[in-house]
Design a protein around this ligand. Structure first.
Ligand SMILES: C[S@@+](CC[C@H](N)C(=O)[O-])C[C@H]1O[C@@H](n2cnc3c(N)ncnc32)[C@H](O)[C@@H]1O
Length: 247
């Protein structure tokens, strides 16, 4: 339950660096989780249509940099920003030898880059963007060029079975309230259903155990007979205005 409480606190106050027990404490299991996620590339297909990924891309809360090489395939330059120093080191190891990709210590509230210097700010499974995250939203607006986009990809707590497991551990999480927050903050919302596919039961169970309390993980494992399950996401997109508004 301690882990669930930690995440609940995280959900309710998105204005600072938030603990991320899964990747902070079990980075190898989280790596397996990232490999299992979005087995059919649905998120990447969606993202391709909501922003231009060929310019300067900033991945905030990049963890150990799992998505940086994928961005680097198209982007002119990629910068990963992460507040947890051990993950910054792991991300640097991952991108070692790649050109046009860098990783720095920083947070959504304090991005170590100049004003109007990036085309896309991306954040994946980024619960530090939610109600109360206005400082992070202002910071993203500061660093984006006019016409640039903030793209937040997060788990859809309304979509079963994963969303139901999430909500069992986070009884204070109000899906409608989170949706309302993003609506009034000017975001468009896109929902997508993906498939998480695992190589074996051991990996699937290890991933569920780092994501949920012991009781909810046991239920999730019992409810999942095979090696895969569906997981819903939503992509929230807000564009920085590109011109003067003449009234
Ligand atoms: C669930 S992990 C996801 C990591 C990565 N985006 C991925 O998909 O592999 C969330 C990450 O957000 C980072 N984080 C927490 N609070 C943050 C904040 N205020 N600003 C930026 N990153 C933050 C954590 O350190 C962690 O690495």
């Amino acid at each position: 339950m301690a882990r669930a409480r930690e995440r609940l606190t995280a959900t309710l106050r998105a204005d600072r660096v938030l603990p991320s027990p899964n990747i902070w404490h079990w980075p190898q299991v989280y790596e397996a989780e990232n490999r299992a996620q979005d087995a059919d590339g649905e998120i990447w297909r969606l993202l391709a249509g909501v922003a231009n990924w060929t310019g300067d891309v900033l991945d905030v809360g990049c963890g150990d940099g799992f998505h940086l090489p994928r961005f680097a395939e198209r982007a002119a330059a990629v910068l990963g920003v992460e507040p947890h120093p051990p993950l910054v080191e792991r991300a640097k190891t991952r991108i070692d030898g790649m050109t046009g990709v860098a990783v720095v210590l920083g947070s959504a509230q304090d991005l170590p880059v100049a004003d109007a210097s990036v085309d896309v700010v991306h954040a994946r499974t980024a619960y530090f963007f939610g109600p109360g995250c206005e400082p992070g939203l202002r910071e993203a607006d500061r660093v984006l060029r006019p016409g640039g986009a903030l793209v937040i990809v997060d788990l859809d707590a309304a979509h079963p079975p994963y969303g139901r497991w999430m909500r069992a551990d986070l009884p204070g999480y109000d899906v409608a309230e989170v949706d309302r927050f993003f609506e009034i903050s000017g975001f468009g919302r896109h929902r997508v259903v993906t498939r998480w596919a695992f190589p074996d039961r051991e990996t699937l169970e290890a991933v569920l155990r780092i994501e949920f309390s012991a009781a909810v993980a046991a239920r999730a494992i019992a409810e999942t007979p095979g090696l895969e399950f569906p997981v819903g996401y939503r992509a929230l997109v807000r564009r920085k205005p590109s011109g003067l508004i003449v009234g």
